[in-house]
Design a protein around this ligand. Structure first.
Ligand code: GLA
Length: 388
């Protein structure tokens, strides 16, 4: 986690010398359940020990926000009442969440903010959700007497992505960032929003992320296009079955999907097929975890990778290569994590194979792409909170 004093020193230096309150929110991993959240399915994320830390203070103005992105050394001031908002993409997260918190009845006025992060950008660990939940937590505390519920903060973060950043994301990332609990993964049903904490201590195994360092840019990217494909399939199934209520692919069966195969076309069919399979896999992983059967968990992770790569088509050459290296090293499970189009693989690896696997992945990846993948050992941490 980012050192509080580091953030504080910049906050003091770039504004009026006064201190504020400090808040932090984590990035996330996801064991399994990818691209299922906006399809009403299940996800299995956990918060990590890396995230965004922000110092924030009410500045007494009606609507002026003075913001400093410490890592980028970039200062942007903007007005909350300006309908266009700031141009800098990082500042749009602050503007967007402030607007969404206002919609929830929080009387947000002018404030100063400086923030820094140690969750790698573009690695698929959701640095953007970490920002949204960190800022939401701060605004709720500074202006809202902490009256906004955790779920409403999750939804405000998601709405920020939709309304100000151009990504039609689901709720997994913001959920994990807000609700995370050290040592626990969480199984969330994205349709009912019911969830359970799952203590995760895989005896004899560990989770490690390999970051291809290929950057994905979800905004305006094929991410929204994947979502459209899923919604298109649902629309066709609904038209065929006017008696039923089909809101997302969660409500659809394999038979119904097959019925519309010809009309939706092979691309949308394959995407929906992946989603239906992934929904079942999350439940199968839960059963396997309850039985302590990590080899089964790993097998399902490989199936997810295969589906994300061949059917959902959100992988890339580098991630497939990392997946192949995992297989060759007899790693228990490995797959793309997060939205795809770059970022990390998540690997469930036996302790005794760990060293050899990491060394081999570094060597082979470097030989092919001219740089090593970054290695992050997963530590499952707590969700959004005020630090001081
Ligand atoms: C991104 C989105 C999430 C989710 C994942 C894929 O991280 O923000 O809502 O859809 O991709 O599982």
């Amino acid at each position: 986690m980012i050192d509080i004093e580091f953030v504080r020193s910049r906050f003091i230096k770039h504004f009026d010398g006064k201190t504020g309150n400090v808040y932090t929110s984590p990035g996330r991993i996801n064991l399994i359940g990818e691209h299922t959240d906006y399809n009403g399915g299940f996800v299995f994320p956990g918060a990590v020990d890396k995230g965004i830390t922000a110092e924030m203070r009410i500045n007494g103005t009606e609507d002026t926000v003075m913001a400093y992105a410490i890592d980028l050394k970039d200062r942007v001031d903007f007005k909350l009442n300006d309908p266009a908002g700031p141009k800098a993409s990082w500042a749009r997260y602050i503007y967007g969440i402030a607007k969404e918190m206002q919609k929830l009845g929080v009387p947000v006025k002018g404030f100063n903010i400086a923030f820094a992060g140690d969750v790698p950008l573009g690695a698929g660990m959701s640095s953007s959700a970490a920002m949204e939940s960190c800022f939401a937590c701060g605004l709720n505390d500074l202006f809202g007497d902490n009256k906004v519920s955790q779920w409403d903060m999750v939804l405000a973060g998601q709405a920020t992505e939709h309304n100000y950043c151009g990504v039609k994301c689901g709720i997994m990332d913001q959920f994990a960032s807000v609700f995370g609990k050290a040592g626990c993964l969480m199984r969330l049903d994205c349709r009912s929003r019911e969830f359970e904490y799952f203590p995760f201590k895989p005896d004899g195994y560990r989770l490690v992320l390999l970051d291809s360092v290929v950057k994905h840019q979800l905004a305006g990217s094929p991410y929204n296009d994947r979502r459209n494909s899923c919604e298109n399939v649902v629309k066709h199934i609904q038209a065929k079955h006017p008696e039923g209520k089909f809101e997302t692919l969660r409500d659809c069966t394999w038979e119904q999907l097959d019925e519309v195969r010809a009309e939706v076309g092979e691309e949308d069919y394959k995407r929906a097929k992946f989603v239906l399979g992934e929904k079942d896999r999350v439940l199968a992983v839960c059963d396997a975890l309850n039985e302590g059967d990590y080899e089964k968990v790993g097998e399902l992770m490989y199936q997810t990778h295969e589906g994300l790569s061949k059917d959902y088509e959100v992988s890339c050459e580098e991630l497939d290569f990392l997946n192949d290296i995992a297989k060759a090293n007899e790693v228990t499970g490995s797959r793309i994590m997060g939205g795809g189009f770059g970022g990390c693989t998540i690997n469930l690896v036996r302790n005794d194979l760990y060293k050899k696997f990491i060394a081999d992945a570094k060597e082979k990846f470097n030989a092919k792409y001219g740089h090593e993948p970054k290695v992050y050992d997963v530590v499952i941490g707590d969700g959004s909170r005020r630090l001081c």
